[in-house]
Design a protein around this ligand. Structure first.
Ligand code: ADP
Length: 167
C-alpha cells in the first residue's frame, strides 16, 4: 500500500476507483474529472449498467485514461455516523478490491471516497480504507499495489499517519 498526492486521472495503473453517485452518469469532484478525462464513451457504457447501489461497485473500461479500467463505487453521504455509513464505506473498499482480485489486476488506485461533497470525516474514512484494503490483500493476495491517491495535503497527511501503523 502506498500514498500519493495527485490527480487520480493521471495514474498509470490497471484500474482506478471512481467515487461515483448512484446514477453512474457523472457528477462533480473526482467523478467529473474521471468522466472528462476518459471521454464521452464512458457515459455510454455507464448507461448500460443501470446505476449502482451505495456500497456496491461496477467495472467499466478506462477509455482515454492511462488506467485500463475504472471501478465505480458509490460511497455513503455522512449523516453523523449512525446511519450505517462505516459499513457502507467499508463495503465500497471491499467490493472494489474484490473486483480487482477477480480480474487479477496488479495495481489499483483509490480516491478518498466520500470525503468530498459527501462530507465523511477524513480521518475516519482513511482508517476504514486502510483497514479493509489491508484485510483484502491478506485474504485474496491482490492487487499487489494499492495506491491511495490523495488530492489534498490534509488527506495525504492522514494516510501517512495511518499507514505508519501498518506493516
Ligand atoms: P464524494 O461525493 O464521494 O465525497 P468527491 O469527488 O466530492 O466525492 O470527493 C472525494 C475525494 O476525491 C475528495 O477527497 C476530493 O478531494 C478528491 N478528488 C477530487 N478530484 C480528484 C482527482 N482528480 N483525483 C483524486 N482525488 C480527487
Amino acid at each position: 500500500m502506498q500514498i500519493i498526492l495527485g490527480d487520480i486521472t493521471k495514474q498509470e495503473v490497471d484500474a482506478i476507483v471512481n467515487a461515483a453517485n448512484t446514477s453512474l452518469l457523472g457528477g462533480s469532484g473526482v467523478d467529473g474529472a474521471i468522466h472528462r478525462a476518459a471521454g464521452s464513451e464512458l457515459v455510454h457504457e455507464c448507461r448500460l449498467l443501470g446505476g449502482c447501489k451505495i456500497g456496491d461497485a461496477k467495472l467499466t473500461k478506462g477509455y482515454r485514461l492511462p488506467a485500463r479500467f475504472i471501478i465505480h463505487t458509490v460511497g455513503p453521504v455522512w449523516r453523523g455516523g449512525d446511519c450505517g455509513e462505516p459499513e457502507l464505506l467499508a463495503e465500497c473498499y471491499r467490493k472494489s478490491m474484490q473486483i480487482a482480485a477477480d480480474k487479477e489486476f496488479e495495481s489499483l488506485a483509490f480516491p478518498c471516497i466520500s470525503t468530498g461533497i459527501y462530507r465523511y470525516p477524513k480521518a475516519l474514512a482513511g482508517e476504514i480504507a486502510v483497514k479493509i484494503c489491508s484485510e483484502q490483500i491478506q485474504n485474496n493476495g491482490g492487487p499487489q499495489r494499492v495506491i491511495f491517491c490523495c488530492f489534498d495535503r490534509e488527506n495525504y497527511e492522514i494516510y501517512e499517519r495511518i499507514l505508519s501503523n501498518y506493516s
